[in-house]
Design a protein around this ligand. Sequence first.
Ligand SMILES: Nc1ncnc2c1ncn2[C@@H]1O[C@H](COP(=O)(O)OP(=O)(O)OP(=O)(O)O)[C@@H](O)[C@H]1O
Ligand SMILES: [Mg+2]
Length: 418
Amino acid sequence: MPNLLFLGSNSAGIRAFATARRLGHRSTLVVPLLPGSDPFMLGGGWSVEELRRLPDGPDEVVEAPGLDDDLYQLAADLHARTPFDAVLTTADEAAEYANEAALRLGLPANDRTAMHTACFKHLCRARLDEAGLPNARTAVARTRSAVPQVAAGIGFPCVVKPARSSGKEGVAILAGPSDALGYAGGSDGPAGPWLIEEYLNGELYSAEVLCLDGTAHLLGVTHRRRDALNPLLEAAAVFPAELDADQHAAVRLFVTELFGALRLSVGVFHVEYIHTARGPILVEVNARMMGGSAPLSFLRVTGTDPYELLIDALLSPASVRLPDVATGGSVAFVLGARRAGSAPADAEQGLARLAGRFDFLHQRHSIRNGEPIRGMVSNVTAVGGYCNYAESSAAAFAAYLEFTRGAEQVLGMPLVSP
Ligand SMILES: Nc1ncnc2c1ncn2[C@@H]1O[C@H](COP(=O)(O)OP(=O)(O)OP(=O)(O)O)[C@@H](O)[C@H]1O
Ligand SMILES: [Mg+2]
């Protein structure tokens, strides 16, 4: 029986354990015991006891005493007991650790430098420049106080972001010098270095990519529709994106060149790009597969379980079947308040009545009658996540908009939407 070691998981990735079981594999989940929030269980917030009780969860949950050598030693000890056939993760923060553990155990993995590059935005930019590929103009500020000067060199508007951010933490659009000064004086988000990038105009997409034996295959493209007022907020991920033949050709070339430059060889990756007037330009490589409800959209539309692709890419690359053409379309979207407010006394009943008119693949919200609703400033401050399916991407998008307009009525407040 193939034996899988998962280092951490994101909350959606909990479904990967059901996939492993369906395929007849054994799975062990390692979660490091870290003070405060646990980056290996991003968005999950589960205790080890809850993880052990999950009906379709891993066969075994093991706590690691820490990161780095503690983690690798634990992986080696577990491997000595029952040898693993693959090490994997769905958690962004754990991607490099899982790759390193696989390398140390002699299991399928990416080159160490390639993985490290993919995990850091400034290293990706440098790699693209070295390879002579289309890229955003970027400069690095080593300290927060250097941001205004570096930003002035790039020109306004520009985007500032920590080299290793996720969920938009610490990402900001700087419209002019005063924004840059404000950012330099702040303290939100992860530590630096900070990238300052030219502001790319165009629509935001993600390419879902499967790497097998060093060859990158484009699994599909998602149109990431952003909020009409704040382009840093992603409101709705439409899969598959409605692209014309030229756009398709451009994204295929982009993915081939990008993965050639990065030298990633195995796994499933979630690459964000903006389709500018000069073609697709990278926003960020995520060294892990799609997150949130996207795997549900992908499964419903392609009939292929993306967790199975991830597992098979590592265990049996020769037998991987690429997904068939899409049937219908799906939107994975958030419920997010444009401004903080409070929920009406009957908000929960109103939302339930509204949702009853739709056939969601997934729905979850944290709104409580009469309680405060926080404003959405990043992915992690959304107050709900939903996923739908319809006969086409356009129909799924129309249904999404109808639900969102209805939710605005129920809640009496404007919601994040394109
Ligand atoms: N150079 C750029 N020009 C225009 N917009 C950008 C640029 N870089 C990033 N953005 C916008 O900011 C958003 C967040 O950037 P990025 O993806 O790098 O941060 P993140 O913290 O990794 O976010 P997430 O994990 O949610 O994807 C992007 O989705 C995009 O909408
Ligand atoms: Mg991003």
